[in-house]
Design a protein around this ligand. Sequence first.
Ligand code: FDA
Length: 373
Amino acid sequence: MKKYDYVIVGGGLFGGVMAWYARKNGKTCLIIEKREHLGGNIYCENVQGIPVHRYGAHIFHTSGKKVWEFVNSLAEFNRYTNCPVADYHGEMYNLPFNMNTFSKMWGVSTPEEAKVKIEEQRSGVTGQPSNLEEQAISLVGTDIYEKLIRGYTEKQWGRACKELPSFIIKRLPVRYTYDNNYFNDLYQGIPIGGYNVITEKLFEGCDLMLKTDYLADKETFDAMGNRVVYTGMIDAYFKYCFGKLEYRSLRFEDDIYDVDNYQGVAVVNHTAREVPYTRTIEHKHFECTVPYSKIPKTVVTREYPEAWEEGMEPYYPVNDEKNQKLYKKYEELGKKEEKVLFGGRLAEYKYYDMDKVIASAMWKAEAEFGKPE
Ligand code: FDA
């Protein structure tokens, strides 16, 4: 049996950054990945010559200079800026809520007029909001809630807004400028050629075992490494001994259209309750510096939120008190596993943006190997 310095479970970003640091420090790595490809959720599938974001739209954005420099050392980034639009029964609104949205909704033209309008509409809720509906109205008023928040949120959570706790929406970004850039971060873009360019660099020089479930033969794999990096589900690692953590899942359906431009933008949020999907993603628009007319067809993915059951892809952790308490119990058990380093969205039961998962892996890798030269 070949022995490795590191057995890394999971070929996603966390595992990749750990592997990159390990290799830079002359260590040998074996990657064990359940899926048939590396990349985890940032994997892009080539369909019709277009990098399709297989597990949901991924837009890289960060204010962390170190992370931005790191990813730029792996791939060149384009100037993609996320400016999604919302479709409510064919009425199109700019997101995030900004002066373009307010102008379309109410015909107002100045920030002062928009503020007056929102103030008028918020006044219906007095006292502490007792559910998500009251919370949203207290933040942005009734029109925006009814047209742009209610249907989308109910589809996402599979429950009426009146039955959802108010803490889900702590704040809603409202911008009194004509600025459609979704993110406030300093840096933003998409790797030219898609995310696989980054993945290939991260795992360069590692041995791979794809389509392999580490937990199905844990003892053998553990014996193959001096150290294990585990990025899978933490409750599964401990055989669900305290019970199962809960998630929300998603289903993606692709259509290929015989037109070069289907919706004119990468991301459309469908906010009407009657439309069963929440978003349509037209992937070619992520490649914003390649003229869309260069490829005569286009790939559009519809995103359907689903209840999660074991065996399905766990996309979003359910961030409530019950699940956090349960996670803490697993985290304590994890601390006793001296040979194992746990990290990433599944092992830490946390919604992590890409830059945050990279920062966390860099921090843990530097504690393990020291800073790279
Ligand atoms: P990730 O899930 O990518 O990797 C873990 C890997 O471990 C998987 O490949 C899995 O198959 C493997 N694995 C698990 N158990 C195993 C086992 N027992 N044996 C072998 N392999 C196993 N972020 C952002 O910055 N901008 C964005 O626009 C988006 N968009 C977005 C959309 C959607 C729908 C989601 C769900 C998430 C995002 N994200 C995002 C977040 C982003 O996807 C996330 O930060 C990273 O993918 C996390 O990387 P990890 O390595 O932690 O997990």
